[in-house]
Design a protein around this ligand. Structure first.
Ligand code: AMP
Length: 381
């Protein structure tokens, strides 16, 4: 029996398990919350990530361990790694958990980023503003996700207002990027070092939360894809990475600036369940088990819409041809990712029509369709 241990029990773990069952795999999860959605479908241990006794017991009989949550304490990953193989390596968690380390790693590898300056102490703030210039984004180095822990500073007044309110934690000040769009790439590296890449994905955020992904990204050029793959390859090699890695970029003037990375399967890759020959979830499992990686080719074109805070009537979605509904079994709460819908089509024009014809539920500004649809059919720049 091959059992995979997963730290974190949210929807990413849920979909990893769903991808692994047809391969005959078994799963054991560890999550601090007794409500973690994987409890519905797999063996779940409810314990704190710091609980070494629980981690010890959790590790027994595992073939390999991985994580689906990037803020798993590095110490927990290292503790497990002394007992069973853990992929991706703990160093990837360490780099990705700190925005400053992450950006410095990109720079070291020759991957372009926006200008940035550390604000490790409040006293460094004014100097950082002078160096980076305005407008700028101030972000906490750690524990920020989905737009949390971020401040946009447009004017000197914003700077004056922020100064007395700065939290007493390490921060990074980044030059604001007037990007044309946001893209992400998913790379997968196997235990033997073989790497494969999915086509670039176009992402639309609102309130810092991913709402809509289009894959492959409309107007994708071979050059853009190559730039993204080269960047991801460098990170994969540098970290001796195994598994799926996501890098998010800003695109402008035909250039890519790396913003951040996630050492795990990623929300912008959910379309791959129906929209690629092999899903990101299956490929992550294949990679960490040392199995051959699957083809990452897109099957037609896909749009993935996150269901945040509330879900439509299932029948409304299932009524749409080639729509796929995924509900994670979580209690509805404002801002919470409860599920997603993937729409697939053979061609962009058909996908565009299907998206335009979605029920009213999806046409509220939150879903970003009003912005994305007109751009989708625009000609290549
Ligand atoms: P992050 O947590 O870094 O992914 O930021 C969340 C979202 O804020 C991004 O997806 C962007 O839409 C926006 N954002 C973050 N950093 C910048 C930046 N330096 N310039 C412009 N927009 C940004």
């Amino acid at each position: 029996m091959t059992t995979i241990g997963i730290l974190g029990g949210g929807q990413l773990g849920y979909m990893l398990a769903l991808a692994g069952y047809p391969l005959g795999l078994h799963f054991r999860f560890l999550d601090p919350s007794p409500e973690a959605p994987v409890g519905r479908i797999a063996n779940r241990v409810t314990a704190d990530f710091q609980d070494q006794q629980a981690l010890e017991k959790f590790s027994h009989g595992l073939e390999v361990a991985t994580y689906e949550f990037e803020n798993v304490p590095v110490a927990a990953a290292k503790f497990l790694a002394e007992r069973v193989p853990v992929y991706p390596p703990a160093i990837a968690l360490e780099e990705a958990q700190d925005r400053l380390r992450e950006k410095r790693l990109f720079r070291k590898l020759g991957i372009a980023t926006t200008e940035f300056a550390p604000v490790l102490e409040q006293s460094e703030f004014d100097d950082a503003v002078k160096r980076v210039g305005l407008p700028a984004m101030l972000k906490t180095c750690r524990m920020g996700y989905d737009g949390k822990g971020q401040w946009l500073l447009r004017t000197d007044e914003d700077v004056d207002k922020a100064r007395p309110e700065l939290p007493d934690v390490p921060m990074i000040l980044e030059k604001f990027v007037p990007f044309a769009r946001e893209l992400s790439v998913l790379g997968v590296r196997g235990r033997d070092g073989e790497s494969v890449f999915y086509p670039l994905i176009e992402n639309h955020h609102r309130g810092g939360i991913l709402r809509l992904s289009l894959a492959p990204a409309p107007r994708l050029t071979a050059k853009l894809q190559q730039m993204a793959e080269e960047a991801a390859q460098k990170v994969l090699e540098e970290l001796g990475y195994v598994g799926v890695l996501c890098i998010e970029f800003f695109e402008g003037n035909g250039q890519l600036l790396a913003n951040e990375m996630a050492p795990r399967v990623h929300n912008s890759g959910h379309w791959s369940i129906e929209g690629a020959v092999t899903s990101q979830f299956e490929n992550h499992l294949r990679a960490i088990l040392g199995m051959p990686l699957g083809a990452t080719t897109a099957v037609g074109v896909s749009a993935m819409i996150n269901l945040i805070g509330e879900v439509p009537e299932s029948a409304e979605v299932l009524n749409i041809s080639n729509a796929h509904l995924h509900l994670y079994g979580k209690e509805p709460r404002t801002g919470r990712k409860l599920g997603h819908v993937t729409l697939r089509a053979d061609q962009t024009e058909t996908l565009h029509r299907r998206l335009s014809e979605l029920p009213a539920f999806f046409h509220r500004p939150d879903y970003c369709l009003e912005k994305a649809l007109p751009e989708m059919l625009a000609k290549r720049a």
